[in-house]
Design a protein around this ligand. Sequence first.
Ligand SMILES: [Zn+2]
Length: 335
Amino acid sequence: MIIKARTVPRIILELEALLRRISKDHPKIPQIERELLKRRAGYKGELQVDYFLSLLPEEDFSIFCDLNLALKKRFQIDTLLASRNFLLVIESKNISGKIRIDPKTDQMIRTYREIEEGFNNPILQAKRQHLQLKNWLSKNKFPPVSVEYLAVVSNHTTLLDTSHTDPQVFKKLILAESLLEKIEKLQSKYQNPSLTKVRLHSLEETLLKDHQLPHNDILKKFDISKDCIIKGVQCPDCQCFSMSRISASWLCPHCKKRSKTSHEQAILDYFLLINTSITNRQCRDFLCTGSSDVVNYLFKKMNLLSEGKGKGKNYFPSECQNKIPAYNSLNLPTL
Ligand SMILES: [Zn+2]
């Protein structure tokens, strides 16, 4: 059963918002586009793994997608399967071409169109997450439970180069199509429950409670100043940023498009790029509109959460505005 469903990763939403709101000739655009391509490919891989997991009997596993948990430093798990008998950490990789793990350096090397390229070793990534999860379980006072880990290559056209890789590697690095078979083997290996039903339920609740949306600070990551972010309400048709508030809707001076909801994207862009909260004054400045009554009305219509009073009152996105459901994977790239 899916306990925590997958939504579009926040980093993808931030990168998309950043590309919307910097000038088309900004020198960082190629770097941001590369990062977005990489993140979308990774996300596509996760969705492909989700497909195979959806074929598991509902009652056997609790499935958590994209967990971000707290230790000294927060750590992220692509997918976690939890049962009373064992837990399984899955790291997915969506890479084309032929891949091998160099036995001397432990690096993953991909050969694609006769070009060799190094990638992070997904087995080591999964192993690190499994160790972090064990520490997290102990910190949260759960009884010892077996934790397994797997790196799953989601692209079925990827070739695993068995002739140049230690065969032991393929116990932990598998193709997504083998995932269900591998899980069956783990079920045979762990036949005795380590967790009672009550403890498993408590684990599910603690995982959900501890999960937090990652804070990426995308402007800092790309060393882009807030001043480079284009303010204003974007026209959904011609993409210019100069829609004006006229007669209770937004009007584009260029293409004459009218919209009642274009401010919503602008306010969500503010949350993705500038700050996790906004005041009435900050919103007026960002939307380039003068009326505080209009902004109060827009906040109310968007059902934003709020804290404080008067001029210092801060508004926040609600839980569902922080996430958008999974995209269709068909239009996403492969690296
Ligand atoms: Zn327009």
